[in-house]
Design a protein around this ligand. Structure first.
Ligand code: ADP
Ligand code: MG
Length: 291
């Protein structure tokens, strides 16, 4: 019969359940096994390892009888497993978000946009607004960093393991109309409604068709109090009627969006334009800019 060797004196038949382990007779009292004040049990539950959870104490006692303390080793293993899973989840979230470029708030020059409430932006990066299904609207001129801030907030949400989707308003319209024409609108709507954070970037002054405006309204409506929506636009809210066409639809959309909203006011000159006008140090004057 095949046996696997677990430690010096503990043998387990390869095809046997853990309960059938063959243990050596105990010598003296079994020492108390320390295992991180219940932390190990919590990690094993998070890891969905019920057999580990059920058996580890008994096994640990067997190991302890041999003078070893495997529970510390197991605790470390469980911690490493959890950390690795968390890292993989964040990586997956960032990939799934489909950001056009990965930008963080760390590289954002807040001094360049005095109208932007820096404390609010940093507070939003903690993602508490997501748990409350609150929205964010960033409004300001072209090039003031609205997309950068939106991506930065999206990245912060990914780092908390939250599902994020990034799409420009124009692509969203196209995808919605295409999905409707190809009879898979429901599937797309379900996906859009499922993100914890959906970033709709660059809602610009392009009047939408009636159907387009209604489809976009449906997205916002289906996400209402289910997830957070971040919208960036160079149009002040009063002018959104020019995009959505009717006062009724615009009113209903703004009603849902602004019920719980954080406004980011981003006025000023284009950052890129300003930077390009600044005298550059010699070593950087080859025209290449770091995006
Ligand atoms: P907007 O969406 O408002 O038109 P973007 O976010 O696309 O502006 O910004 C244009 C470029 O300038 C991007 O490369 C962005 O990273 C950069 N940028 C804009 N504002 C800032 C800022 N305050 N700090 C650092 N980079 C900025
Ligand atoms: Mg933009």
């Amino acid at each position: 019969m095949a046996y696997a060797k677990l430690s010096g004196a503990l043998l387990v038949r390869k095809d046997a359940p853990v309960a059938e382990t063959v243990s050596v007779p105990r010598v003296g009292p079994v020492p108390t096994v320390r295992h991180g004040d219940g932390l190990l049990a919590r990690h094993l539950k998070s890891l969905k390892l019920p057999t580990f959870l059920a058996q580890y104490e008994r096994l640990a006692q067997q190991y302890a009888a041999e003078g070893l303390d495997p529970s510390g080793y197991l605790l470390r293993l469980a911690e490493l497993e959890l950390l690795e899973r968390e890292r993989q989840l964040i990586e997956r979230r960032i990939k799934q978000a489909k950001f056009p470029a990965v930008k963080s708030l760390d590289t954002f020059d807040f001094a360049a946009v005095p109208s932007l409430d820096k404390n609010l932006a940093l507070e939003l990066a903690r993602c508490e607004y997501v748990a409350c299904q609150e929205n964010v609207i960033a409004i300001g001129n072209f090039g003031t960093g609205k997309t950068h801030i939106a991506i930065g907030l999206g990245l912060a949400a990914c780092q908390k393991g939250l599902s994020v989707g990034f799409i420009t308003a124009t692509s969203l319209m196209h995808e919605l109309i295409e999905a409707r024409d190809e009879q898979h609108l429901l599937r797309l709507q379900r996906r859009l409604a499922g993100y914890k954070v959906l970033i709709i970037d660059d809602l610009a002054y392009v009047p939408l068709s009636t159907a387009g405006a209604e489809l976009l309204f449906d997205v916002v409506s289906q996400r209402y109090e289910r997830g957070s929506t971040i919208i960036t636009s160079d149009l002040p809210l009063e002018e959104w009627i020019n995009v959505f066409g009717t006062a009724q639809l615009t009113g209903a959309l703004l009603d849902r969006l602004t019920h719980h909203v954080h406004m980011l006011d981003m006025q000023g000159a284009s950052y890129r334009l300003r930077e390009s006008k600044r005298p550059q140090p010699r070593s950087q004057s080859n025209g290449k800019r770091d995006e």
